[in-house]
Design a protein around this ligand. Structure first.
Ligand SMILES: Cc1ncc(COP(=O)(O)O)c(C=O)c1O
Length: 420
């Protein structure tokens, strides 16, 4: 775990760390629903929201907006770990993924198939089915494993073939918390279909840091800003040079690799720079180097370790507090010793309706979330024959005391207070 002084410095950089403006004191374990927001993001956003000028004019304000946007594009590249190909902003993660899938499906050779997986968020699945139907490309899903709650290269190998034109992969599942071995899946896809356009959904993974998109050998990567310490209403994406130039919606007269639609919101770019600055600052606590990318990667390593420790504490407890493993009524999706787990536990408490447990935890100041077998989570819950689960999603600013409080309240609920 981070040592206390650093953890406090981290927490001081975020809004509403331990108090909800509508509820009062609370622990925030709803990070997969939307992370805490950096104070620097809110300040920056307020400033740019007040600027009336537009980009592309010959005046000092306009020049500054253009500079801020250019700087933010560099920051996005360094955060994602990409060299060539454009980075751009869109309305949300879902909107970006739809746009990427549409361009890939319509821009790839006629016929063939699209491959995704049952682990994915509906953003990629819905887009693939819709545009696959329009383009006459069959949609196939690699089936994830119920036990491990993730999807593997082997699962993909059962559905990809030489005619796979487009493939989607989820980097981390927001329902099970499991990461996918992207390198292994990509290798299977590229072996079967070397020119396949591969779209990686990084929306749940990005807050955990350590992104190295160049190394993944994919064509597209999408991030949602509110899941990575920024605000709602925008996301950003990267596309490889070959995908950048595929036909896609953009104004006539703009370059072929231009992906943005209309006037840019400078504050979205500026806020993204603040997020990258934050990763840079955090990494600088762990290494001494002038290389920004190395500091950002160091932040990812540190985040990963802290979150791993939080999850281990949640599962194993300590000398005075039993963990989830020791609560016989608790079923943990994906199992106790799953190396793919990234900062999240989704549980079911036998005999206790999930919505009720979540409500009582909330009353006691622990914010979690009930996931239902609906269009967001049915892909995970229906095969498990479970109508709901309780998602407890942690982030690197959470503390061991918060995890212990969650375990304590859960245990009390199980032992006496919420009727089946
Ligand atoms: C993995 C994943 N993909 C896509 C999305 C959709 O992102 P957005 O809410 O920005 O549309 C989410 C949101 O939870 C997600 O977790």
């Amino acid at each position: 775990m981070f040592e206390d002084t650093l953890l406090q410095q981290i927490r001081d950089r975020f809004h509403h760390v331990d108090r909800c403006p509508y509820q009062g004191e609370r622990i925030f374990f709803e990070n997969a629903g939307g992370s805490l927001t950096l104070k620097s993001v809110v300040e920056t956003n307020t400033h740019f929201a007040s600027i009336p000028d537009n980009q592309g004019r010959d005046n000092p304000a306009s020049h500054e907006l253009v500079r801020v946007i250019a700087r933010a594009r560099d920051d996005m590249r360094i955060f994602l770990g990409v060299d060539d190909g454009p980075v751009f902003i869109g309305e949300s993660g879902t909107e970006l993924l739809f746009r990427l899938v549409r361009a890939a499906v319509l821009g790839s050779c006629a016929g063939g198939n699209i491959v995704g997986s049952t682990l994915e968020h509906p953003a990629t699945v819905s887009a693939s089915k819709r545009w696959g139907g329009i383009a006459g490309k069959e949609y196939r899903a690699a089936v994830h494993d119920n036990e491990t709650a993730t999807v593997t290269a082997d699962d993909y190998s059962k559905v990809v073939d030489a005619d796979t034109r487009v493939a989607t992969i989820i980097h981390t599942s927001p329902v099970t918390g499991m990461t996918v071995d992207v390198a292994a899946v990509v290798s299977v896809i590229r072996t079967a279909s070397p020119d396949c356009i591969i779209i990686l959904d990084g929306i749940q993974h990005a807050a955990h840091g350590g992104l190295s998109v160049n190394d993944y050998d994919v064509d597209c990567y999408a991030v949602s800003a509110y899941k990575v310490f920024s605000r709602h209403n925008y996301g950003f994406a990267w596309v490889s040079p070959r995908v950048a130039n595929l036909p896609h919606d953009h104004l006539d007269g703009t370059p072929d690799d231009f992906w943005e639609m209309g006037t840019r919101d400078t504050s979205a770019f500026a806020c993204t720079s603040k997020v990258v600055e934050y990763f840079d600052w955090l990494g600088s606590q762990f290494c001494e180097t002038d290389d920004r990318r190395s500091r950002i990667l160091a932040a990812g390593v540190a985040i990963n370790q802290h979150e791993r420790d939080l999850v281990t504490l949640a599962i194993n407890g300590n000398d005075s507090q039993p963990g989830l493993r020791d609560m016989p009524e608790v079923f943990l999706i994906g199992g106790y010793d799953n190396p793919a787990r990234e900062g999240l536990v989704s549980i079911i408490v036998e005999g206790h309706p999930c919505a009720e447990v979540v409500a009582v935890l909330n009353q006691r100041g622990v914010r979690t979330h009930v996931r239902k077998a609906d269009y967001f989570s049915g892909n995970i819950l229906t095969p498990l024959n479970r109508p709901t689960c309780i998602r407890v999603s942690m982030c690197h600013y959470n503390t061991s005391a918060e995890v212990l409080k969650f375990l304590h309240e859960l245990q009390t609920i199980i032992t006496n207070e919420v009727a089946a």
